[in-house]
Design a binder for this molecule. Structure first.
Ligand SMILES: [Zn+2]
Length: 446
């Protein structure tokens, strides 16, 4: 544990620290941010600070649209010239969201990332192969600073050029890999394709995040790389990666860095706070951020919290794996569906892999869900590497049985009938390092 004085702080003490920081935060944003002064006035809180986290529900939520409406610097709580760095979201769905940091914010960012890397098995002197994108995206530089803080040797690969990535993993013998889960799978499959056994790969851990993923993906990455695969959670609005991280001992949810980020789970419809263990939208208040502090930020991620003791000894609450951001949710024939539910279901069919694409189309007024999924390398060899056309599947008993079983498992798991199309290894869309979209929705195109 990098900082047991915080990471394993007794909960009563931690709560007192959170309360003190929260009260100071409310006072500060009321003074410094016009947006919040208005919000707090209309919520009836005003300049009178709230008393600790038990009064958190009196504070207004902050939505992503608030950040967009105040683009680029309208919500700063410091002078513009005190900013040390600015990151931004890709802005593919509208105005980009700007994340701004003072020098001390960057210190916190490095610290929480270093905690996560240490929890995964990173240590001074060992190599981190960092295949997160460098640039405006917070992943690359966030991991970079965290690894340096821990005293690791950083290889700043960034994304893409998969051949070269594999070469460096084989030649430089890194202990850790950092990238999106979909890219970890791409790298693992490429290494497998070259016939390298997991025992011959130096990696001890992969620390992955920035997209929702499941135990199915974890099992496949761990099997191919022979390394433990752990989650890191974050979002640029809050700080970037490092809001929460999984520990090697527990592997049951990610510890939230609660001395910096105060989490709640709320009902997505009513906004009411929900008790521990309930699933709802994760809402985070930044307790220590200087440049862009946020009150009750609505992450849109669906998760639950637990404060059950963890095997690692950390006292920070753990958040469940994120099933998906509320805007990733698909509605198919009236049923809510997250792509991660498909990924999870595929874990029950050993002949199939987590490399897939969901295609949604329409037949008359009816939605049609078609799953294009790669069969495993072993299974593909076993059936003689034949083309996976409908005729072949119909005439081949094992393939016919596999298809019927896949359809059954999907229906039982997600409550929907899916058409299933088999792909040979390597045929599904691959991550090139960034976030991978695994949904093609053709329904709007009439
Ligand atoms: Zn733990």
């Amino acid at each position: 544990m990098l900082q047991p004085e915080y990471e394993a702080m007794p909960r009563a003490e931690l709560q007192a620290l959170q309360d003190e920081r929260l009260e100071a935060l409310v006072r500060r944003v009321y003074q410094a941010v016009g947006f919040y002064r208005k919000q707090l006035d209309s919520a009836g809180v005003g300049a009178d600070p709230i008393r600790g986290s038990k009064e958190l529900a009196r504070l207004p939520f902050t939505m992503k649209s608030d950040l967009r409406d105040n683009y680029p610097f309208g919500m700063l709580a410091t002078d513009r010239d005190r900013l040390a760095r600015v990151h931004a979201s890709s802005g593919t769905t509208g105005t980009p969201v700007v994340a701004a940091y003072t020098r001390s914010d960057l210190d916190v960012f490095a610290e929480v990332m270093a905690r996560g890397l240490a929890a995964a098995g990173g240590r001074a002197g060992s190599i981190l192969h960092n295949a997160y994108g460098y640039g405006l995206f917070t992943g690359g530089l966030g991991f970079h600073a965290g690894a340096e803080r821990l005293g690791m040797t950083v290889l700043p690969m960034s994304t893409g050029a998969t051949d070269r990535q594999v070469k460096f993993i084989m030649d430089l013998r890194p202990v850790g890999l950092a990238c999106t889960p979909s890219y970890a799978l791409t790298l693992a499959q490429e290494i497998q394709r070259r016939g390298v056994a997991p025992d011959d790969i130096s990696l001890e851990f992969a620390l992955v995040g920035a997209e929702p993923w499941t135990e199915t993906m974890r099992a496949e990455i761990e099997r191919l790389l022979g390394a433990r695969c752990l989650n890191v959670y974050g979002l640029s609005e809050i700080i970037g990666p490092g809001v929460a991280f999984e520990c090697a001992e527990g592997r049951q949810g990610s510890h939230i860095n609660e001395d910096h980020f105060l989490p709640e789970i709320v009902d997505p419809e009513s906004g009411e706070s929900l008790p521990e263990g309930s699933e709802g939208v994760l809402v985070i208040t930044t307790l220590t951020k200087q440049a862009l502090p946020l009150l009750r930020y609505w992450t849109g991620d669906v998760a639950s919290l637990t404060s059950e003791p963890c095997a690692c000894g950390r006292t920070f609450v753990r958040m469940s794996p994120v099933r998906g951001r509320t805007d990733d949710m698909l509605i198919v024939r009236g049923v809510n569906l997250y792509p991660t539910q498909i990924e999870e279901a595929l874990g029950k069919v050993p002949e199939l892999t987590p490399s897939f694409e969901i295609v949604l189309s329409r037949d008359g007024v009816l939605d049609v869900l078609t799953l294009h999924v790669e069969v495993s390398e072993d299974f593909y060899r076993m059936i003689g590497q034949r083309a996976l056309s409908d005729e072949v599947i119909e005439s081949h008993e094992r393939l016919r049985e596999l298809k019927a079983r896949a359809i059954r498992v999907l229906r039982d798991s997600v409550g929907l009938h899916a058409e299933v199309v088999f792909l040979a290894p390597g045929e599904a869309p691959r991550s090139e390092g960034g976030k991978l979209s695994r949904v093609k929705d053709l329904r709007e195109v009439r």
